[in-house]
Design a protein around this ligand. Structure first.
Ligand code: NAP
Length: 340
């Protein structure tokens, strides 16, 4: 049995691992079999993560976070979680390979998945013109003609942001009216660089090594036509990855895992959540990393409150009195108890 298992290997998961490992809790990180490193693995250059003035490639940033966690003896397993039983004091996490891992605390940092269009060339050209993140990739499209798919607030926010760089931004929407808020609609209609393409869906994305064009299909007539663009931003919503926890962890109306106030504390004692899986709003690498810190500190504080006989058999346990609980700020009820 361990003191802590962290599910997820994006900025939230690895930052939680760095903090927990430095506190000598020897956390086990379930990093996934196919999506190690999370969404940043799909991003090219990250220009807005503090400390990298020249920018850093998304995958390299995640490799560095992983190395930093491993430096302090975090253990990483490259498999996906098949099921969890979080209800007891000892939590059980079963992986796809059938192995069962037990811990006194679990940090859920499973992130969120951007919705995809489901087109054959979408993944192949991801990072080569196809993107899910305007703030990450917009600056690569200076003076170019690009498109955003979607009719919600995210699509219009991205489109407006992208006009800082691009000469023209098409907003391709499958209906003739927008889902986005009125204020975003007004702002977008007033933006001369934005052109709306109504009743249209993307039928194909084309380009050998970089996006060169898309095929538009009229959703009413079925008629198809090409549109030359070098970038396609997909903003059709995203879903927090919560399926493993349904029936155990409470969710918010937005579908994220519910936590108490600004903490990472869920409805189950000993289970903490961090990053995009609790965040319907900001969804940035740096906010996810900060959220991972909160979860590690909350979990540390929770572990320190457990009776010695429960802690003693757990890997990573340090005799009470010698394990500092660095900077913990909240108890399981979400009350402030320490210093910031
Ligand atoms: P959303 O509101 O669910 O909008 C998704 C959009 O994508 C809809 O217009 C939808 O079309 C379209 N869409 C969905 N699946 C599609 C598909 N397969 N092909 C083509 N189009 C598809 O998602 P969101 O824009 O990410 O916003 C999520 C939440 O965050 C909302 O509550 C939003 O208000 C909020 N948000 C707020 C702000 C802000 O206040 N500044 C910014 C961003 C997001 P239909 O309309 O036809 O369904």
């Amino acid at each position: 049995m361990r003191q802590m298992i962290i599910i997820g290997s994006g900025p939230a998961g690895y930052t939680a691992a760095i903090y927990a490992a430095r506190a000598e809790l020897q956390p086990l990180v379930i990093a996934s079999a196919v999506e190690v490193g999370g969404e940043l693995m799909n991003t090219t250059e990250v220009e807005n993560f503090p400390g990298f003035p020249e920018g850093i490639m998304g995958p390299e940033l995640m490799e560095r976070m992983q190395a930093q966690a491993e430096r302090f003896q975090a253990e990483i397993v490259y498999d996906d979680v098949a099921s969890v039983d979080l209800t007891g004091q000892v939590k059980k996490v079963t992986l796809n390979d059938g192995s069962v891992h037990e811990a006194l605390s679990v940090v859920v940092a499973t992130g969120s998945a951007y919705r995809k269009l489901g087109l054959p060339d979408e993944d192949r050209l991801s990072g080569y013109g196809v993107s899910w993140c305007a703030t990450c990739d917009g600056a690569f499209f200076r003076k170019q003609e690009i498109a955003v798919v979607g009719g919600g607030d995210s699509a219009l926010e991205e489109a407006n942001f992208l006009t800082r760089f691009a000469d023209k931004v098409y907003v391709i929407h499958r209906r003739d009216s927008l889902r986005a808020s009125k204020i975003m609609q007004t702002r977008s209609f007033a933006n001369e660089k934005i052109e709306f393409v109504w009743n249209s869906e993307i039928a194909g994305i084309h380009g050998e090594t970089q996006v060169e064009s898309v095929t538009l299909r009229d959703t009413e007539t079925g008629e198809e036509r090409p549109l030359g663009i070098t970038g396609l931003f997909i903003a059709i919503g995203n879903d927090p990855r919560t399926h493993l926890f349904h029936g155990q962890l409470d969710l918010t109306e937005e579908g994220t895992i519910a936590v108490k106030g600004r903490t990472s504390i869920t409805n189950i004692p000993g289970v903490f959540a961090a990053g995009d899986v609790i965040d319907p709003t900001y969804r940035q690498a740096v906010t996810a990393a900060a959220s991972g810190t909160v979860a590690a500190l909350d979990a540390e504080h929770y572990l320190a409150s457990l009776p010695e006989e429960l802690l003693a058999p757990a890997t990573g346990h340090v005799d009470s009195g010698s394990a500092p609980v660095a900077g913990s700020t909240v108890d399981q009820e979400g009350e402030l108890v320490g210093e910031h």
